[in-house]
Design a protein around this ligand. Structure first.
Ligand SMILES: [Zn+2]
Length: 237
């Protein structure tokens, strides 16, 4: 069997576009000390990976400083360690991460709402970038190929939704959570076996902040064409 050409989980290109490495797709920033060894790895360009490092730090601050995450053991370690050191070294960093403190709920295009507690304006573009990369990593680790480049993502913060309100989503996804290291990151996902890998996922951080993500082709007509082309149908579709 031919070995599959290694492609970058972020940009989908091969090593002729830059040096590649094997990267953990769950951000290292989420842990104070060592990231557990069992987090899955996927191929990625070194440059692509490092370009997201400040987004990952920012995202970590947002989900770790959330009221509901305060009792998570890894968050407590972060507050006494990495986050504490960061804000002592650069007091301005606190203001950058938690800019515009105030009760200003912020909605992103995809519907993310991050205005509950603590109330501050969140850069949803950066938050969505991190979530998108994690979904790409999960997809790659399952399918051993990058998520198609034309896919678009939408995210919603479902942390404060009741199970009834997101029942449809829950029912769509397999019941198991795939966990990484002491429940720092938990995920439930489903990838459609046909429709080019349409993917839905629940992503949870520190057993608290939870996002629902959906990845679909930007041109939904491409799905219709695929069906028209007479691809095999799943038995009970
Ligand atoms: Zn790349």
């Amino acid at each position: 069997m031919d070995e599959k050409k290694k492609l970058c989980m972020f940009c989908g290109k091969d090593e002729s576009f830059g040096a590649m490495n094997v990267e953990h797709f769950v951000p290292r920033a989420l842990w104070d000390s060592k990231r557990p060894q069992d987090t899955q790895t996927v191929p990625a360009h070194v440059a692509c990976n490092s370009s997201f490092s400040s987004d990952n730090d920012y995202f970590r601050d947002i989900v770790a400083l959330d009221e509901g995450a305060a009792f998570h053991p890894e968050v407590q370690k972060l507050m006494a360690g990495k986050i504490d050191r960061k804000f002592q070294k650069k007091p301005g960093a606190m203001r950058i991460s938690l800019k515009d403190l105030g009760p200003i709920p912020k909605h992103s295009k995809g519907g993310i709402y991050l205005g509950h507690a603590p109330a501050f304006t969140v850069d949803t573009v950066r938050v969505e970038r991190v979530l998108r990369n994690i979904m790409k990593g999960v997809f790659y680790s399952v399918r051993e190929e990058p998520l198609p480049a034309d896919f678009q993502f939408s995210f919603a913060d479902v942390t404060h939704e009741t199970p009834e309100a997101i029942r449809e989503v829950i029912d769509m996804l397999p019941p198991e959570w795939v966990g990484f290291g002491d429940d720092v990151f938990l995920c439930r996902y489903a990838i459609h076996p046909k429709y080019r890998g349409i993917m839905a996922a629940l992503l949870q951080f520190y057993r608290n902040r939870t996002f629902f993500g959906l990845a679909t082709p930007s041109d939904l007509n491409s799905l219709k064409n695929e069906t028209d082309a007479g691809q095999p149908q799943p038995a009970n579709s």
